[in-house]
Design a protein around this ligand. Structure first.
Ligand code: NAD
Length: 330
């Protein structure tokens, strides 16, 4: 099987290269992202392997189909960047539904601890022997209420962590998990009750801008918000207005609405054209990271393993348990 691997970073090769050889796959690693301008590179390959900031729209599906590419291997759980409906009957889409939910949940709580206790500022201060504590006061998480939106694999890991901190946990999910002993509440109630809101739902037409002007209005004064799911769950303009109005105790963003083409790239030598991103960087209580919640050794290894197992199953006509269906894409 010939696989064109896009958006390659050095760390991708650590596991994909040796594991791909074991399967006998021919993997060609391209540094370029997968987009309309680079689609021609896929010619001659059986499958493409792409990451979260690559995209495949309906027109590109037709082009891939015409090139006889048969599968899209997503090395991610989320699949909002691919037109799954358009691929029905043309290309098989396979994903990695779970690799390390704990990696993302641990990162989410780390972001909250950072913005709450200002360790990012303390790190810089103490390196200059500025031992002043002015401006670094946080709040206890103990006995506060955590509101978890989406109680899938990562949401559940986050619930366990928040309980470890002695927090009361409420959750919202339109498909409540009956096995889970957590108090499900309406979205509105969660927004009004929670001291910490953590987003763990996928990006769909229903969840786009689930955090918007109205929901921010409902939130408690001084609320902490963390988004490790997908950027467009938050209406960035509304978030900025909320930050300016002093609504938030702190905000952690591992994902950003317009991250494509910016996240995972070194833009330090360029003028930042994205004004909202530049504005967000100016708030002392906002921490932005480059979509790295997943980035642990365990998760990277699991991503390579499952992606290549998916490819092997596809090639050999085995059951495709990680196939993304148009129904799932809603
Ligand atoms: P999952 O499929 O196990 O869980 C998602 C949950 O969201 C499900 O319980 C589902 O019922 C719920 N949901 C669906 N629609 C909803 C809605 N309208 N409101 C609230 N909840 C809703 O997924 P997961 O593995 O827990 O991952 C969650 C998200 O995390 C993924 O969709 C992905 O976007 C993101 N993610 C980010 C990183 C990162 O590095 N930052 C890594 C992996 C996944």
């Amino acid at each position: 099987m010939k696989i064109a691997f896009f958006s390659t970073k050095p760390y991708d090769k650590i596991w994909f290269e040796p594991m791909g050889k074991e399967y006998g796959f021919e993997i060609r690693f391209f540094e370029m992202s997968f987009q309309e301008e680079t689609i021609s590179l896929a010619r001659g390959f059986d499958a493409i392997c792409i990451f979260v900031n690559d995209y495949v729209n309906a027109r590109m599906i037709d082009q891939l189909h015409e090139m006889k590419v048969r599968a899209i291997l997503l090395r991610s759980a989320g699949f909002n960047h691919v037109d799954v409906q358009a691929a029905e009957g043309k290309l098989c889409i396979l994903r990695v539904p779970s690799y390390s939910p704990e990696a993302v949940a641990e990162f989410a709580i780390g972001m909250i601890l950072t913005v709450n206790r200002f360790t990012h500022k303390a790190y810089n201060r103490t390196r200059e022997f500025n031992m002043s504590l002015n401006g670094l006061m946080g709040v206890d998480l103990y006995q506060k209420t955590a509101g978890i939106i989406g109680t899938g694999k990562i949401g559940q890991a986050m619930i366990r962590i928040c309980r470890g901190f002695g927090m009361h946990v409420v959750a919202y999910d339109p498909y409540p998990n009956k096995e889970l002993s957590v108090e499900y509440v309406s979205l509105e109630k969660l927004m009004t009750q929670a001291d910490l809101i953590s987003l763990h739902c996928p990006l769909t037409s229903e969840t786009k801008h689930i955090v918007n002007r109205a929901t921010i209005d409902h939130m408690k004064q001084g609320v902490y918000l963390v988004n490790t799911s997908r950027g467009a769950l938050i209406d960035t303009d509304a978030l900025i207005d909320g930050l300016v109005a002093g609504k938030f105790g702190g905000v952690g963003l591992d994902v950003y609405e317009e991250e494509e083409g910016i996240f995972y790239e070194d833009k330090s030598g360029e003028i930042m054209q994205d004004e909202n991103l530049a504005r967000l960087m100016t708030f002392p209580n906002v921490l932005i990271t480059s979509h790295m919640g997943f980035f642990t050794k365990e998760a990277m290894q699991a991503i390579a393993k499952v992606t290549l197992e998916n490819a092997y199953a596809f090639e050999n006509g085995l059951p495709l348990k990680n196939r993304v269906s148009a129904q799932q894409a809603g």
